[in-house]
Design a protein around this ligand. Structure first.
Ligand code: PMP
Length: 387
């Protein structure tokens, strides 16, 4: 296990004078805090005998029913019995890896990919192989090539990990046509898909894509989370899995933590029952759209020739490629001394790729700060280019 570069950065990036385009913290200030507080109080006073007791490792049945309603927005038909609540979707990543991966087993993952997924796979000593991505999501031919090469070696991958919507860190979304092809390839090779979808409902333009799980219920483990659509502080995510897999995940969860926070689950369940959460997500989306637009406009106006970046339709992140010859990791200390922070691209690869890349997040700073952050970043880049 090694410390993630993102975590190490948090201390520096949270200094008030630094504009942090680094962290992926959702902006919870838009939540109706009085109403959340009222629900917390009522769960304690009206349901305390249950809410303050141990619960099951699979999670509260009422909350699992609500989770099925949330997933229906992306075309998923699911039974609450096939859902397991987890401590954020991060715990689901851990449990799935724990259940499937023995040291040396191959895991396929997009390149770049979510840093803490890499760290989880690495903690279980997976052999992580990266599958190329472009602006339309993972490249199906690249996936097929990996599977054929593995078959030629007499090996199989345990699963293919993908973040199909507004990917962290690349910001790109897998197109409908590619979704079909990826599912077809995985079906033909008997490969399980691990679909991680914390950002799917945070869409600022365009039409929602169907979840991979919606069209391949037997072949996909789907991970969801309330961290971005409600709050990460409750630490409530979930996995939806074929029943045999789900049963193993529940056993793994029992040994990891015995029971969930019953209290947090009941608060979130009641929030979903009483609060117009779909409207709340629309409000979040308006706020994030403004921030995304501020970042894209600033990049467009200020970035020097030779730099390029993705244009996400939702989520939190833009993936920037620096002009040739620049190294985002080496440049970071200079950027921080100019009071702007980002995450160097190398953290999002298991194989030290990504030196010319960086992840910029627009979720937390206000639009004016984002513009100022980009202005400072451009100053640093231009200075590097002139050296
Ligand atoms: N997957 C991805 C792609 C993420 O970006 C995150 C949060 N940064 C997670 C999983 C974990 O989120 P949580 O545990 O808060 O649900």
């Amino acid at each position: 296990m090694v410390a993630s570069e993102v975590r190490a950065l948090f201390a520096v990036a949270s200094r008030p004078e630094v504009v942090s385009l680094a962290g992926g913290m959702p902006n919870v200030s838009a939540l109706p805090l009085d109403q959340v507080g009222d629900i917390v109080r009522r769960v304690a006073t009206e349901q305390g005998a249950t809410a303050l007791q141990y619960g099951s490792a699979q999670g509260d049945p009422d909350l699992r029913e609500r989770i099925c309603e949330v997933m229906a927005l992306e075309g998923i038909e699911a039974a609450a019995d096939d859902v397991i609540v987890t401590v954020g979707s991060q715990q689901a990543l851990d449990l799935v890896t724990r259940v499937f991966v023995d040291p040396g087993d191959v895991v396929l993952a997009e390149a770049p990919t979510y840093v803490t997924a890499i760290n989880t796979f690495a903690a279980f000593q997976a052999d992580i192989r990266h599958v190329a991505m472009d602006g339309l999501g993972v490249v199906p031919e690249a996936l097929e090539e990996h599977l054929e090469a593995l078959a030629a070696e007499g090996r199989r991958a345990k699963f293919f990990y993908t973040v199909p919507n507004f990917q962290n860190p690349a910001g790109v979304t897998l197109t409908a046509e590619r979704r079909r092809r990826v599912l077809d390839i995985c079906h033909r090779h008997g490969l399980l898909v691990l679909e991680d979808n914390p950002y799917g409902l945070l869409r600022y333009e365009g039409e929602a894509e169907r979840a991979l799980r919606a069209d391949a219920p037997d072949n996909v483990i789907y991970l969801g989370s309330f961290s971005k659509t409600l709050s990460p502080g409750f630490r409530i995510g979930w996995a939806l899995a074929p029943s045999a897999v789900r049963a193993k995940l529940v056993l793994a969860a029992e040994s990891a933590m015995l029971s969930h926070s019953t209290f947090n689950q009941m608060v979130v369940g009641r929030y979903l029952a009483e609060h117009p959460w779909r409207e709340q997500i629309k409000e979040f989306n308006e706020m994030y759209r403004e921030r995304r637009d501020a970042m894209l406009a600033a990049l467009e106006a200020l970035m020097p020739a030779g730099a390029s970046w993705t244009r996400p339709e939702g989520g939190f992140f833009v993936w920037l490629t620096l002009p040739e010859g620049l190294d985002s990791k080496a440049m970071l200390p200079r950027a921080v001394s100019e009071r702007v922070a980002y995450v160097p691209g190398t953290g999002f690869f298991a194989d030290d790729e990504g030196h010319r890349n960086m992840r910029l997040s627009f979720c937390y700073p206000a639009p004016a700060e984002i513009r100022e952050g980009v202005r400072r970043l451009v100053g640093v880049i231009e200075n590097e280019m002139s050296l």
